[in-house]
Design a protein around this ligand. Sequence first.
Ligand code: ADP
Length: 623
Amino acid sequence: MSQDTKTEVQEFEYKAEMKQLLHLIIHSLYTHPEIFLRELISNASDALNKLRLLKLTNHEILDPDLPLKITIEVDEKNRTFSIEDTGVGMSRVDLIERIGTVASSGTMEFLETLKKEGASFDGDLIGQFGVGFYSVFMVTDEVTIETRHYAPGSQGYRWKSVGEGKFIVEEIDRQQRGTKISFTLKKDAEEFCEVHRIKSIIQRYSNFVNFPIYVGTEQVNTIGALWHRKKDEIKEEELNEFYKFVSNDFHPPLGHLHLNIEGRVNFKALIFIPQSPPLRLFDPEHEKSLHLYSNRVFIQDDCKELVPEYLIFLKGVVDTEDLPLNVSREVTQSSPVTAKIREIITGRVLSFLEDWAKNDPEKYDTFFKNFGRYLKLGINLDPANRDRLLDLLRFESTKTEPGKLTSLREYVARMNGEQKEIYFITGDSRGSLEKNPNLEYFAKNDIEVLLLTDQVDVFTIGSIPEYDGKPLKSIEKADIDIKDRDEDDADSLSDEEVKEVFRVFRETLGGKVEDVIGSKRLVDSAATLVFGKHGLDPHTERMMKLIDKDFSSSKKILEINLRHPLIRNLARLSLARKDEEFVKNSVLHIYEGALLIEDNLTSPEEFVRRMTDIMVRASKIEY
Ligand code: ADP
């Protein structure tokens, strides 16, 4: 350690949220305490990457010839651990502002929920929230950072945590550029001062770091840009390890693409499709995307511009020399080179998925169940690839087994000659949709209906008016193109009875419905509510309800089944002017029953009271 001439020692308090986070880390049980090593190495590697870029872009640097490397020293006897890098180092302000604060405000909330749910605190999550450094507190109580910034003539500093709530910063004499982090391991973490343990962790998590990592004097990682090697020379094991390294994911990827593009733009890329989405869906801030390299030199992590928003779940690296080295985020965003790369990657990924869908449908279905929502988003976001995306969509239908999916193309192929429209219904679950009376006609006539149960379907379906020239129609709409059943029925209602039943329904329901009409679609049920021409579409209404809990439904049309014994009996009773109270109660009850099925019944008390009255009448014994 360098001899320090101490000047002023300043003490600081962590911000409240930082204190909470530390408290949580220190007092929780961990599933993966070894993650601390990955986080420290990853910070050191970031610092070295930044330095290499500064050098390449001709910045003035302290000790420009100092080799770029990471050195770890452990001492089993004293349980000490240190990691040192020759990267950019930190200024006094960096130490205070970057090490002492939580980057994202969502972090605390998320950690709190995890805690409340009683989940054991997975150290692996820590790195996802921009507080990776603090994972060291899983294995130690006190940490010292000694650092010197890369600017020539910079001052060295020591940062030291003292107790849970405080840290100090003081000036020191430090010769070497870069950062050294040292601490004594807690008794229950002493395994991390064993050389073989450290080596095996590095090989597992950090093998692909682009700088040599020494444990003592021995280099333990293999360096090499995997994407520059020939496809058939890369072992699957290496790919999996590399994926884990770039994605922070524990599981192997579902698939990968290795691209070597030459032409208007030139780039190499290794792109992975994960097995499942990150914990927090659609949280762009935390979604790690592709890393950008230029001829093996790391330029930017998490370069979201390399893929369209709806493919943000892809992980991996893109290596191109067509972008300038000192590229800033703003430049990458607006560069035509980035746009071209994005276009090519999108095309290749879609082809890859199409190939899966065709040749390995089971794997594709697994993919779609996890990432289908992203593709649905693409329907609206990417007009150029809209048709390809439509063909990649999958839904359940009345002709698929539960849990199995169908494409629109397969649906169309199954349509019989007379069917002109593609039918669908939206709702919460397959189970509840299957009981919907609106399906009865379709079931009886063997017409397939798509069962859309994903919440985002209500958003997506509105923007697919037709597929392959066939309109998509909700079977909950009144104006549906279905034929009446022309069955002989000896007991059918007379014209007078029909007139009477409409009169009594319309009078009793008054303004509650837009209209009452005879139903062509009902088979076993007495009545159903459908959406009229003037109201919203069913999926639009569901969408509004997702957005606004208190959104009130539009008036609907009540369709009644004139072949149903209940409707017939009521028609005849009413015409005979008998038991008018009972007829009215029954009409109201039929209407509210239909409301109940679509989950819109607001007064169950009244419903049950009326049902009791009806049952009293039905159970009356005549002495
Ligand atoms: P993250 O790395 O996700 O930003 P950390 O808590 O691990 O979060 O680190 C916070 C910041 O501290 C980093 O962004 C970086 O600016 C700085 N830092 C950490 N370790 C080093 C290091 N070895 N060299 C230089 N700066 C570092």
